[in-house]
Design a protein around this ligand. Structure first.
Ligand code: NAD
Length: 422
């Protein structure tokens, strides 16, 4: 992003934000569904905005619900069942920060109820869910911002502009990593061994298969079970791969291969603790590595250009110049000057952008369509790993080419009575 474009972008945000706080009619009445770790973080940031009026909060786990209500000095009405929250006519927009297996249903139902939606990443578990969410947003003329907060980061937008403008030369390889050492495994969070009376387990499971209560499947750790999430591929991959796809300006990869497994963590989770996924885009290979068994040297996102390699994180970006060593090159002169830039508060910028779009009715920075396309990228990675072969994707019809088994693996039915009607 050029300096003048950056100033215009930032000024646009500020102008829209200040427009939105003018007058009592510009109040934005908000409800939240899912008041766990992420939900309450978002809730607090929303509540810190002058125009936001908290109306209702919903969680199937009472202690978390009570905390969210307390955050509003008890101004908001508590709900256990999100359907009753959506029935409220005095809510303009909802935050959906429930576990991933709920995002599609709750977003579609919120759109049908006339609410705008801020829904957390990963958008959903299956391509047909993302497509239904996108259709519902468009059909009901709703603003749906996905919680990919990097999309609102000024240094991210500038980095993408530099990459697309050729500042680091053509980029033929993008590497994304998320690594740490979680041995010997994750442990249950918040809830002990037995089902507390303060948790509605059936409504926590919702469209997922009925299973006996397991504290390890519940708060936070649902991420390691296929019925509710997709492991680090959809947890952190949804962030990094979103930026890689944004930089490439591509809808989807042409092909995906992935290898991995839960090799060493012994906590009962299902998703891989080591996974290496490779995506093929025209002229560029994107790789995703996640590892819970050895931290090693972690870098999150590197764009390898012919003139320089850009490392892009939430804290900022830096470019290390390349030195060409082939025929005719002197093997000494850097191909470009080093560059760097620091980052800002991504959540605030992203929420600011959402609130501005509620007024302007413009598409937000992380519009539902972008969330859907990035979610598909993650879903394909996990499907390729489970099936054990290269999957070729047709982004126009959203189908794996000539592979009935893969297409079947990308879709499963909801537990009754839940159905996804746009
Ligand atoms: N954008 C980011 O940087 C970021 C960071 C962390 C988490 N997240 C996303 O936020 C979401 C929530 O993650 P978390 O870490 O807060 O998980 P969490 O387990 O701490 O919180 C989820 C909450 O949803 C509640 N819930 C479950 N079913 C519900 C239902 N039917 N109705 C209402 N509430 C329900 C749970 O009781 C729990 O309180 C996930 O999708 C995660 O990927 C995003």
């Amino acid at each position: 992003m050029s300096d003048s474009t950056r100033r215009t972008f930032a000024a646009g945000l500020t102008a829209l934000s200040s427009q939105s706080v003018q007058g009592a009619n510009d109040r934005v009445r908000i409800g939240i569904i899912g008041c766990g770790g992420r939900g309450r973080g978002l809730w607090k940031t929303f509540l810190s905005q002058k125009e936001v009026e908290p109306v209702a909060a919903c969680d199937v786990y009472e202690p978390f619900l009570n905390r969210a209500i307390r955050d509003t000095q008890s101004k908001a009405t508590p709900f256990r069942d999100f359907r009753h929250l959506l029935d409220r006519k005095d809510i303009d927009a909802v935050i959906v920060a429930s576990p991933d297996h709920w995002h599609a249903l709750q977003t579609v139902m919120a759109c049908r109820a006339g609410k705008d939606v801020y829904v957390e990443k990963p958008l959903c578990l299956m391509p047909r869910e993302g497509r239904a969410m996108l259709n519902a947003a468009r059909r009901h003329n709703r603003i749906v911002q996905v919680g990919s907060q990097q999309r609102s980061g000024l240094h991210y937008a500038h980095a993408i502009e530099l990459i697309r403008g050729g500042a680091i030369g053509p980029v033929h390889h993008i590497t994304t990593h998320w690594t740490r050492n979680m041995l010997p495994g994750f442990r249950p969070i918040e809830i002990g061994t037995s089902l507390p009376p303060t948790l509605d387990w059936d409504l926590w499971l919702g469209p997922a298969p009925k299973v006996a209560f397991d504290p390890f499947r519940c708060i936070y750790n649902y991420r390691w079970f296929k019925s509710y999430s997709g492991g680090q591929m959809t947890n952190w991959g949804a962030h990094s791969l979103d930026i890689a796809r944004w930089a490439l300006g591509a809808k989807a990869p042409d092909a995906v291969a992935s290898f991995g497994g839960r090799f060493v963590l012994n906590d009962g989770g299902e998703t891989p603790d080591v996974q290496h996924t490779i995506y093929s885009f025209p002229g560029c290979v994107v790789s995703w590595v996640s590892r819970e068994a050895s931290a090693g040297n972690t870098t999150l996102l590197d764009f390898h250009g012919t003139k320089g390699t850009m490392t892009l994180t939430r804290e900022g970006f830096s470019v290390a110049p390349e030195i060409w060593t082939g025929a005719g090159a002197n093997g000494k002169t850097p191909a470009m000057q080093p560059m760097s830039e620091s980052g800002g508060d991504l959540d605030s910028l992203h929420i600011d952008n959402f609130l501005a779009c509620l007024k302007s009715r413009q598409r937000p920075n992380a519009d539902i369509e972008e969330g859907h396309r990035t979610a598909v990228m993650c879903q394909l990675g996990n499907a390729a790993m489970r099936i054990g072969r290269v999957l070729r994707w047709d982004a126009e019809v959203e189908t794996v080419i000539d592979d009935a088994e893969a297409n079947a693996a990308l879709h499963w039915d909801y537990r009754k009575p839940w159905t996804l009607a746009e």
